[in-house]
Design a binder for this molecule. Sequence first.
Ligand code: PA5
Length: 467
Amino acid sequence: MGKNAIRFHFNNMFRPAVGEHGLDMAAIPAAAEAVARMHAAMCVKKEQMAWRQLPYNQQQVVAEVKQTGAYIRASFDNFVVLGIGGSALGSKALFAACCHPRYNALSAERRGGPRFYVEDNVDPDRLQSLFDVIDIKRTAFHVISKSGNTVETMSQFILVTDLLQKAMGADFRRNIFVTTDKESGLMKKIADAAGWKSFVVPDGVGGRFSVLCPVGLLSAAVLGIDVDALLEGAAAMDKICTQPTVEENPAYLYALLYTEAMKQGVNISVMLPYADALAPFSEWYCQLWAESLGKAVDNQGKPVHYGQTPVRALGVTDQHSQIQLYNEGPYDKIITFIGVEHFRNTLLIPSAAVPVFEADYVCGHSFNELIAHEMQATIHAVTTHGKMNNCIWLESLNACTLGKLFFFFEMATAAAGELLQIDAFNQPGVEAGKVATFALMGRPGYEDVARQLSEKHSASESYVFHA
Ligand code: PA5
């Protein structure tokens, strides 16, 4: 098998493997009509789902991203992404999956590019600490906000431009790069007024579906990740994931099995990769699955309160914290394992330097065998405990296989939205929190919300403890 191959295993979702709490195999033929409707909707809406065109329609953008990436690699010691949610998680996943695990601690020569940071919170201690480890004059900032209005990103941007101006005077402008909507939002206005080069989040590409546009691609280019391979991986997965039936299309099968399980009350989806490099990928998946499918109403406006709570876990680490629950707890979750056949390193467990007694059975094996066997062992354990699970094996983890994974889960999420007949691309629940924050921070136009919030706050003083 080539190094870019991926295998999907779904057998452990069904009763023959996991027993009565699994899915009935008959669920697949029974859903044939629903799948056909879903596929028809996916075809009709293909143009609206502009993220599906990203592997194909960005030649010009990719050239500009590569050029800017090369300039940043040559000109700065640090590269900082300022963004949150879909404007940050793709960059985090790319960095962890494709770069040296201790990249920022390597010498400049071994890194070959600037140190990399994603600032996706407004915790004042964390933000302040960034300025303890970077020389701001030698730092490029990539400000990413599709809406151009997000309070966290705007606040970070205001802080950073203030610090840059104090340190560098008018010269600071060359340290700022922007990615935002092509016409709306404050960020676009600011970038235009300042005359900054800005990249565009294309129409129809929502935050959590934006990793394969400049939102994630500029990080990739700055980090020396093969942008072409990333997009080629996505295109290769697209070929499979546009097939009409669940027998040919793993994204449709994933969507069908998960939505069938949701109907049985299986409301938790655990993402459990056995590679540290994929831990941030799980964060990306969790946002995609949660924000896309957690919806109060269906397409007809009928209250449904759908959704499946995504949980991120890491093998083998969480075998020693969460697996007890997964094996013996309620039948309310599906576990997706992701394994890597060939790690970048092979690390042997040597003969012991001191007597280790009965522990010497591990000597002569490798950590590669250990992690692979632990994953197989855990799959066996959860399956024999009757818990639905499935498994994705990557031949190796690289830009191409990561592109495949991103695209697979985007397609599976969109297909699940169609099967549930909900809008997988809005996020009214996120907007509600954004509006309340605007009000609390005193943004003009939000005075009524601020008043309501302060009334609610003063009415909710019972059950408060001071210890
Ligand atoms: O997926 C989404 O749409 C959200 O998570 C957004 O990415 C997040 O709220 C940040 O929004 P913006 O990019 O507009 O600043």
